[in-house]
Design a protein around this ligand. Structure first.
Ligand SMILES: [Zn+2]
Length: 284
């Protein structure tokens, strides 16, 4: 699943190539159309005609990321995208430029630009979401989402949440994945950061001291920034990474490992259904 760093790289790659362009037409795959006829709404979460009517003729003024979503600011309204497990955008002049066979086959929305280019949303497993919104701030998943990790208020917010009645009795690993506590930490990053900080993933939030919490937050920000710098995905060659692929896999210390860097045997437990690697000796 594309995590915050990959989504940030998608945004960085896409933004200079789409801003100031106008969407003149939209085409859906047969699969999307059939699924809508059956009331299942694959990928496009609005009624198809409504979506078309709202997007067609609009100019893209900006492209931003919030958590794992990106949204296009149109001259009226917004178009929001979540990449699910395998969603990807391609910007091409000709569809044959999508050289990955799977992405070519599973192209589901084509946006035709006034420049002659096409922006294609492909999604193999179809957990991605694309929708039109009049108002971005009232979009439900954004309402309770923690500030962006690089925002100056994010640390204060994080400390407040770990101290709160609602969360203080919960396991720290679970909280790192909770969007209302910290925005944009995927499972692999959570394992890595807890190893780096030598914190046992089952430790409760209330049992961490202030220094540990601050250090943990700083490590999270650091790993996300580092991962963004390693991303380098461009629009046309962005290929789905499951989080452990891409360059980051070369830097993992604990996730998926049988022994930790100190040579101790690791353990793999499930915390809130997520696979959690840790070292019982290094992490207390
Ligand atoms: Zn160890």
């Amino acid at each position: 699943m594309p995590e915050l760093p990959e989504v940030e790289n998608i945004k960085i790659g896409l933004k200079p190539n789409v801003v100031n362009k106008k969407i003149i037409d939209i085409e859906f795959s047969d699969l999307v159309k059939i699924s809508h006829e059956q009331g299942k709404k694959a990928i496009v979460k609005d009624e198809l005609e409504y979506f078309k009517e709202k997007i067609r003729g609009k100019e893209i003024l900006n492209l931003e990321r919030r958590g794992k979503y990106i949204y296009f600011t149109l001259n009226k309204g917004y178009m929001l995208t979540h990449f699910g497990m395998t969603g990807a955008y391609f910007l091409v002049n000709d569809l044959s430029e999508i050289t990955n066979k799977n992405y070519y086959k599973h192209r589901h929305i084509i946006f035709y630009f006034n420049s002659g280019e096409k922006m294609v949303f492909s999604d193999i497993r179809r957990f991605g979401e694309v929708r039109y919104l009049e108002d971005i701030s009232s979009f439900k998943p954004f309402v309770s989402l923690a500030p962006e990790p690089f925002h100056k208020k994010a640390l204060e917010y994080f400390l407040e949440k770990l101290d709160s009645k609602r969360y203080r009795e919960q396991k720290i690993k679970a909280l790192l994945l909770q969007g209302s506590v910290f925005c944009g930490c995927g499972n692999i990053y959570a394992c890595e950061v807890l190893y780096k900080e030598r914190i046992n993933p089952e430790k409760l939030a209330k049992d961490l001291n202030l220094d540990e919490k601050i250090s943990l937050f700083n490590s999270l920000v650091h790993i996300l920034k580092f991962s963004i710098s390693q991303g380098g995905s461009t629009v046309s060659d962005y290929v789905h990474t499951d989080g452990a692929k891409g360059n980051m896999q070369n830097f993992l210390q604990i996730y998926g490992k049988k022994v930790c860097p100190m040579g101790h045997g690791t353990e793999n437990i499930s915390i809130k259904t997520r696979s959690t690697y840790f070292c019982p000796i290094c992490q207390k």
